[in-house]
Ligand binder design. Structure first.
Ligand SMILES: *[C@@H]1O[C@H](CO)[C@@H](O)[C@H](O)[C@H]1NC(C)=O
Ligand SMILES: *[C@@H]1O[C@H](CO)[C@@H](O)[C@H](O)[C@H]1NC(C)=O
Ligand SMILES: *[C@@H]1O[C@H](CO)[C@@H](O)[C@H](O)[C@H]1NC(C)=O
Length: 139
């Protein structure tokens, strides 16, 4: 759980860094090794898509832009939801939708968990940073 919390808290930092490139996000300050941040863009679910509880859904992302150094990296997919005026994505860290799948595959199938119906759900795909999907519906 330590690991997951660390990943999630680094998420905000990594996003902040993207707008201010080149960014010294590496903890190895002074090291000549540059940190690659892998967070492929999610192409499905799309905004407003409907996920019935218990159905199987395919989450897809653009694997073509992944750096070759990430060839063997595995991903983690978390479910969350957004609320107006709240910056938290309410990620369900204790029940990942999927873990240990190859990022290079560009997709992973998940079973939609039993959650209260809502149209403000998101998924976040983690490599070593995270990328958030548009909002979709669970019903
Ligand atoms: C989802 O599947 C579980 C286990 O098979 C079942 O108990 C539950 O009623 C199903 N829920 C819905 C909304 O279909
Ligand atoms: C990925 O794994 C394969 C097989 O283990 C290995 O040959 C290759 O060098 C690895 N690639 C990277 C970028 O680590
Ligand atoms: C994932 O879901 C898609 C679409 O339903 C299906 O074609 C594919 O076979 C599934 N893949 C796996 C590994 O279950």
């Amino acid at each position: 759980m330590m690991f997951f919390s660390t990943v999630v808290s680094t998420f905000a930092l990594a996003i902040a860094a993207v707008s201010a490139a080149p960014a010294p996000t590496s903890p190895n300050v002074g090291s000549p090794v540059s940190l690659i941040v892998v967070s492929p863009e999610i192409s499905s679910p799309t905004a407003g898509q409907v996920w019935p509880i218990n159905s199987t859904q395919t989450v897809t992302w653009d694997a073509s832009k992944l750096p070759k150094e990430s060839a063997n990296m595995t991903g983690m997919l978390l479910l969350g939801y957004e609320q107006d005026g709240v910056s938290s994505e309410h990620l369900d860290i204790t029940h990942p939708l999927a873990t240990q799948f190859p990022l290079s595959a560009g997709h992973v199938n998940v079973t939609v968990p039993n959650k209260p119906a809502g149209d403000n759900y998101i998924v976040v795909l983690f490599g070593d940073s995270g990328n958030t999907s548009p909002k979709f519906t669970i019903q």
